[in-house]
Each structure stands twice: as C-alpha cells, then as structure tokens.
Design a binder for this molecule. Structure first.
Ligand SMILES: *Cc1c(COP(=O)(O)O)cnc(C)c1O
Length: 466
C-alpha cells in the first residue's frame, strides 16, 4: 500500500516511510491511497491474529503475514486480558469496549505496543538511530514510554503540560528509569506542547540532524492499528446478539481514535454512526454543528486527555469529505494558520454527517454517569469513558442513534481516581502490578513553552546526530 499526504505535495511513500516520518514533509498527514476491503470473520480469532489479517494490506510489501503475525503476537502479549479488548454489555443495547488492559491502562497502549515493535524493525533495517518526540495530554506519553523504553535505536522525548495530567499519568511517565526516556514538563497547555512538536518537525535541518520521528496520533500506523478493535468488537457483538452493525461512541480529543472507526467503516466493518463525544472543550461538536472550526481557550476538566482545541486528525476527515481534494485542504489549513479559524464548504459538512454525529457532555453529566453506572452495575468507569457513555445515552434519547451502541472505554478508572471518588464516593483500585508506583523516584525536567527551550534539551540529550 502507498500513502499520500492530505496536502498533496509530498511524494507517495510506503508504510515504513510513513511510520518513521509521522508527519508528511509538506505538513500534511498520511492516508492510504485507497481503502482496502476486509471481509474475514473474526468471531473466534485471537486479537493478534485478527490484527495481522486487518493490517496486512496496509504493511505490504514491507512485512508479510508471517512476520506481521510474529509482531502482533509479541505486542499484544503485554496485555493483562486474554481477549486484549473485551466487549462488555452494560444495558439492553449498550456495550463497553474495554481498551485499558495494556501496560499504562489506557487505549493508547493498543496501538503503541505494536508501534514500538514496528519501529524496532524499521530502524534496524535503516541502521539509524531515531529521536522520538511526542506531546501528551496524559496518556500518549506513558504509552510511548512503555513502548520505547530501553530500546537502543531510539531516544524518546515526551512533552506534557505541567500540572495538567493526573498523578497516575505523570508517575507512569516519570518513574521509568531507562536512560533513553526524557520527560519534559512544559509550562503551558497540551496545545502548546503539540505546537512545539509540530514546529520542531517543520525545522528540517534540526529534524534531519536528530532523526526526528513522531508517535502522536498523526502517525498513520497508530490509526491503522486502532481499526482492529472496531472489527473485533463488531464480531463479538454479532456472535452474542446476531447484530451485524453498531454505532460507536468515542471519547474524542485529537480525533485519532474515532478516525480509525471511520477507516474501519470504509474498509467494510459494520459501523453505523460514529458519535464524536466531547467534554466542554467542544471545538469538534461546534464544528460539526456549524461547519466553522475555531479554537477557543482550553478549559481543564476531569477528562484531561480530551482537553484539546486543535484536533490534528480532523485534517484527515477534511481530506475525505472534500473527495480527497488536497489543494482545497491545503488552502483551508493555510487560512487556518493565518486567521486561526476556517469555514468548511457546506458540501463537506453534509458528507461528514453521513457518518458522524456529535455530543457535548458537561462535567455534571459526566459525574452523574459515573455514579449511575456504579449504582446500577457496581462498576466504576473512568471520566473519559463516561463522556462516551453519556453521549451515547443523549444520542439515543434524542433519536440521533438507535440500535446497539458500543462505547469505547478508553481508560481504567484507577488512572483518574479523584474524579471517580468525587462522582461515586469510591476509590478505584489500581491493578496489583502498580502497587509501588507512588513510592518510586521521579525524573523530569521543566521547560518554558518555547520551541528553543525544547530544541536545546533534545540537542543536548539525543544520541542521534552525535
Ligand atoms: C487520548 C485519549 C482520548 C482521546 O483520543 P483521540 O484519539 O485523541 O481522540 C480519550 N480518552 C483517553 C483516556 C485518552 O487517553
């Protein structure tokens, strides 16, 4: 499979090049030249095998099925649940897809564990060392660090907004001892972190010197991997109920996870509608309602991994909605860079509404949902999952969605204990393997929200280019 940039200027590349590059050199995001069709039956297939079947067309000719299966088996063996991503019924027509059984208790492990294995293989082929850089609103960082720690071929630098991630999120990043792991606490917001990362990528001389590469959800490989659980959960639902389609409610920040659902739909999965579930940082809900994309300030919530106003992956949907008109996408993104907002052509919005709806969930609704699920099922859900489930319920009662709805359970409740205690009056317990987390020494460096400060740290500590 070849990959094109949403901005149409960068040349087409193969999977391994898109993997190592992250962002395309013209500032766009990579997408496959066409969507493969997947028609296998995943009902009784182990997750790692399903992943190999679904990903094969994306990675050909870089990897064959056998090599790929070796890698998926290795990557998903780090999950504590044998099904990797089990589906759990929580009401007549409501289901949770549990994506938090990986090493850092959030859905980002699913893609990141395999991404680490892919990188290892790709870098050993090039013989070069890479510098992995990522901005995190909390969960990407830990997942990336777990996936890359101790690897000789890569140094990893993770920027998180100081004081704006949960204690468990921070500790999962800062207590890792491997010397190739570098945590930078930025005095600013997640959007500042993301802007710094994007600008460093645009600095070609610097990027080439240190072999800069990204693992944020702008990296196509992550989204490709995330398509897998849309297929496997639909197969599990079909096996249990006979239903051949479902809608998905997806707690959304950077629009990566839900775009994977869109990709799965294009590949033939029985995805009915995709519900963009957001907290009060509602840029995507406003955009889907009005067609105008306009960031406002970020306001911290109990679901910090969704406290975002610039949703990078939305550009991929623009490309699709425009009928893959890269020139039009480029013009829109240029006007966004100049004016800080853009207006979508009406036809694009109509196209988007064929697949997507959106719901905004307030902090009060979020807490009430955590309490309601605990009361009814004796089960604690995390505040991000609660945004998804609250949105699903709102959409069902307004008639915007009907039939089975699968809500993506994106994090373990123990990752966000304060919000869960406030809502349900109970403390969610961390799995036993994290018993010592709060006693371990932390290692991170604080930096102002400037490009220069971060560039200096990387030049000082990265092994590549020395
Ligand atoms: C990252 C994250 C999200 C948002 O996912 P996107 O792909 O950025 O839309 C939702 N919930 C949790 C727990 C996350 O870590």
């Amino acid at each position: 499979m070849e990959y094109v940039s949403t901005r149409g200027i960068a040349p087409k590349v193969q999977f391994d090049a898109a993997l190592l590059a992250g962002l395309a050199p013209d500032g766009g995001l990579y997408l496959p030249v066409s969507w493969p069709t997947i028609s296998a039956d995943f009902a009784d297939m182990p997750f790692a095998e399903a992943a190999a079947v679904i990903l094969e067309p994306f990675v050909t000719p870089w990897l064959d099925r056998k090599a790929l299966l070796g890698m998926t088996t290795k990557a998903f063996s780090s999950f504590s649940h044998k099904d990797v991503a089990p589906l759990r019924q929580i009401d007549d027509e409501d289901w949770l897809l549990e994506l938090f059984h990986g090493p850092t208790l959030a859905f980002k492990d699913v893609a990141m564990q395999l991404l680490g294995v892919f990188f290892d293989h790709a870098l050993s082929q090039t013989g070069k060392r890479a510098t992995v850089i990522g901005a995190t609103s909390g969960d990407t960082g830990g997942a990336a660090i777990e996936a890359f720690k101790g690897r000789d071929q890569a140094d990893v630098f993770i920027l998180h907004p100081k004081g704006r991630v949960s204690d468990v999120q921070r500790l999962m990043m800062t207590t890792v001892e491997d010397r190739n792991v570098h945590n930078i606490a930025i005095e600013g917001t997640f959007d500042d972190c993301q802007r710094i990362v994007k600008t460093l990528f645009a600095d070609r001389a610097f990027a080439d010197r240190v072999g800069l590469t990204g693992v944020n959800s702008i990296n196509w490989a992550r989204l490709a991997i995330q398509t897998v659980y849309y297929f496997t959960s639909l197969a599990a639902l079909k096996k249990q109920t006979g239903a051949s389609a479902a809608s998905f409610s997806v707690p959304t920040g950077n629009f990566g996870d839900i775009f994977a659902g869109y990709a799965a739909k294009r590949m033939g999965a029985g995805v009915a509608k995709l519900c963009v579930a957001v907290n009060r940082n509602d840029i995507l809900h406003r955009t889907l309602t009005t067609g105008r994309y306009e960031p406002q300030g970020v306001s911290p919530t109990t679901s910090p991994s969704m406290d975002i106003q610039v949703a990078s992956n939305f550009e991929r949907l623009l490309f699709e909605a425009s009928g893959r008109d890269a020139g039009a996408v480029r013009a829109l993104m240029e006007s966004f860079d100049k004016k800080g907002a853009y207006e979508m052509p009406a036809g694009w919005l109509a196209k988007i509404h064929e697949d997507f709806i959106s719901e905004r969930v307030s902090e009060e609704e979020d807490a009430a949902t955590i309490a309601e699920v605990d009361k009814r099922l004796g089960m604690l859900i995390d505040p991000h999952t609660a945004v998804g489930y609250a949105a699903a319920k709102k959409a069902r009662s307004s008639g915007a969605l009907s039939g089975p709805i699968i809500t993506l359970a994106t994090a373990h409740p123990a990752k966000f204990p304060d919000a869960v205690i406030a809502a349900a009056g109970k403390k969610p317990e961390l799995p036993a393997r994290f018993a010592t987390l709060f006693d371990l020494p932390e290692r991170y460096e604080t930096a102002p929200a400037t490009i220069d400060a971060v560039r200096e740290i990387i030049l000082r500590d990265a092994r590549a280019g020395k």
